[in-house]
Design a protein. Structure first.
Length: 159
């Protein structure tokens, strides 16, 4: 889905659930697919905002994008500061979202959005990361401590 399609779909779903007043913002986030945000202001009001990662959602099928938006709508209904509580699970069921805390986007999407990829020289297992690690990284599958310098490969730039 393209950026404008993501925004359009989100606006339609927010309106359908009585949240037409919530603005939709698309971001280039790598660490979340969607985020329900309530900001506190000096006048005591709490304006809300739905943030959606166009970087990730543009790579996913429409059904997963809709489920992500419904997941965030459930946060607004249950209360943004309640997290993934029982109230949030009930709100998920109410709006038709999958009441799971996170979604696995798969290795293809993870590789496309990650800045760095570490490859274990022992077993070949790849680990995708958005931040350059400062310390040793342990590959628990092969029980090998991978010393980063010289062993990792950057996806987007030279390291």
């Amino acid at each position: 889905m393209k950026d404008h399609e993501i925004k359009e779909t989100a606006s339609q779903l927010l309106s359908a659930h009585g949240l037409a007043h919530v603005p939709v913002k698309t971001t280039n986030a790598r660490r979340y697919m969607g985020k329900a945000v309530a900001k506190r202001t000096s006048d005591g009001s709490s304006p809300s905002e739905l943030r959606l990662s166009k970087r990730i959602l543009s790579l996913l099928p429409r059904e997963e994008v809709i489920d992500t938006i419904l997941h965030e709508i459930a946060h607004f209904i249950a209360g943004v500061h309640n997290g993934h509580s029982e109230a949030w699970r009930e709100a998920c069921i109410q709006v038709g979202a999958n009441p799971e805390r996170t979604s696995d986007v798969g290795n293809a999407v993870r590789e496309a959005i990650s800045k760095y990829r570490l490859t274990c020289e022992e077993c070949g297992q790849q680990h995708y990361m958005n931040r350059r690690p400062k310390y040793e990284y342990t590959d628990y599958r092969s029980a090998l401590v991978v010393v980063l310098w010289g062993l990792w490969r950057s996806l987007g730039s030279s390291c």
